[in-house]
Design a binder for this molecule. Structure first.
Ligand SMILES: [Zn+2]
Length: 123
């Protein structure tokens, strides 16, 4: 009976998304509280359909002092944004754009701007 009570609560997550965004991409937030701001992708959380963007959606965390290594205080930390709220920001178009996939001359798959055709990212 004790085992029955130990049913783990599994966090409900969005279905894994196939995003064309990668770490270090420049993105613009197109909707929500941070709309219109641009930043660099720090992490793509595909399993949760979220991205963490540098210096955007910053939350204040009040942490308790836990010894000399962590003195506590108010820590500012980026919270994940829904991945659908951001779009790749093309510097050539100076606009948020959709990402296309194209085969390069050597057969490699490269990401391109759907608007100007420029190669995106630096892989
Ligand atoms: Zn472009």
């Amino acid at each position: 009976m004790a085992e029955q009570a130990k049913i783990r609560r599994i966090k409900k997550v969005a279905p894994r998304v196939r995003s064309r965004l990668k770490k270090d991409d420049l993105v613009m937030v197109v909707t929500g509280r941070e709309r219109g701001k641009t930043g660099k992708v720090m992490r793509v959380m595909a399993g949760e359909a979220r991205v963490i963007v540098e210096r955007l959606n910053v939350m204040k965390r009040h942490s308790k002092p836990r010894g000399p290594q962590s003195p506590g205080g108010i820590v500012e930390k980026e919270a994940p944004l829904p991945i659908s709220n951001v779009m790749f920001f093309c510097e050539r178009c100076n606009a948020p754009v959709r990402v296309g996939i194209k085969a390069a001359a050597d057969g490699a798959r490269i990401r391109v701007c759907r608007r100007c055709g420029e190669q995106l990212g630096n892989e």
